[in-house]
Design a protein around this ligand. Structure first.
Ligand code: AMP
Length: 296
């Protein structure tokens, strides 16, 4: 695996790869790699060669009050994991390399970026969209891989790619979970043993919603109440939001139809975790609601 630190060299490699007619897959990350990241790399390896992984803790997507300076960084451990995962290039630029003095541009995906995570973390998605667009420009991949764990982020990137007619195809991959259901996240390591135990409530709450939906419940308010009740039973969880939204607009819905998401965010001590479940309700030939699929 070749490690690349500069924008110019990464662009040079990308040009070379394209000239050879090869299909590149890019997996953007902030490092502190876990099996969720590795699943994106595996998806990339199935579609593309070479595979590029970027590691960049992007200051622009952290609000001033957030954990930018204490976000976990361990480039050497990450490098080994990427080597083992069969990655071809690691792109690990410095902040000065990505945002040199005088940098002024930002990308805002209007509407979608202001709700939910964007409301609680002002500027977050502006930072995400800006860095992702720049990474796509630098690495020029045919495919770029993102996790549904960050469902709103994935939706915003898909919108940006469509709006700006980007060359890269955005691929959204399933959530990888611990055996007890907790979605893998670089932030899980901040949880105390008690908080780690308590954090399983997120999966239980989404599973409660799944059971209700599979039993035929379609009222978003009732499903939301079941999820909130489950969260309220865990004393270490301080919920930020529970929302059921249309998968396209991310606006709240009254009744579940077609494609929607149950989204939640909660704090455990100072650690904030998010999770979600995707719900697809097929429309039967007669026009009524058909088979339902809940993906956790
Ligand atoms: P991060 O390093 O947290 O910025 O995440 C980099 C990418 O990995 C993003 O596209 C995330 O959505 C994705 N990701 C993070 N956790 C998971 C997970 N548990 N399962 C699948 N993808 C994930």
């Amino acid at each position: 695996m070749e490690v690349i630190h500069t924008v110019e060299w990464m662009k040079q490699v990308a040009r070379q790869v394209r000239a050879e007619g090869r299909l590149t897959g890019l997996v953007p990350t902030m490092g502190a790699l876990h099996a969720g990241h590795i699943s994106l790399i595996e998806a990339a390896r199935r579609d593309a060669s070479p595979v590029i992984v970027s590691i960049f803790v992007n200051p622009k997507q952290f609000a001033p009050s957030e954990d930018y300076t204490k976000y976990p960084r361990d480039l050497e451990a990450d490098r080994q994991k990427l080597e083992e995962a069969g990655v071809d290039f690691l792109f690990a630029p410095s902040v000065e390399e990505m945002y040199p003095t005088g940098f002024r541009t930002s990308v805002n995906v209007e509407g979608l970026a202001d709700r939910l995570e964007g409301k609680i973390r002002p500027g977050h998605f502006r930072g995400v969209a800006t860095v992702v667009l720049k990474l796509l420009e630098i690495a020029a991949p045919q495919f770029a891989y993102f996790g549904r764990k960050d469902a709103q982020q994935a939706r915003i990137i898909l919108q940006m790619a469509a709006d700006l007619a980007l060359e890269s195809e955005i691929v959204v991959c399933p959530i990888v979970r611990e055996p007890d259901g907790l979605a893998l996240s670089s932030r899980n390591r901040y949880l105390s043993p008690e908080e780690r135990q308590g954090s399983t409530v997120l999966y239980r709450a989404l599973s409660r919603a799944r059971r209700a939906i599979e039993e035929g419940e379609r009222e978003a308010m009732k499903i939301g109440a079941l999820v909130r009740k489950e969260l309220a039973d865990e004393p270490l969880a301080a919920p930020d939001y529970v929302e059921i939204v249309d998968a396209d607009s991310f606006e709240p819905i009254m009744r579940l139809t077609r494609s929607c998401l149950v989204l939640l965010a909660a704090r455990f001590g100072s650690t904030r975790l998010i999770d979600n479940m995707q719900v697809e309700i097929a429309v039967s030939p007669g026009g009524g609601a058909g088979a339902v699929t809940c993906s956790l």
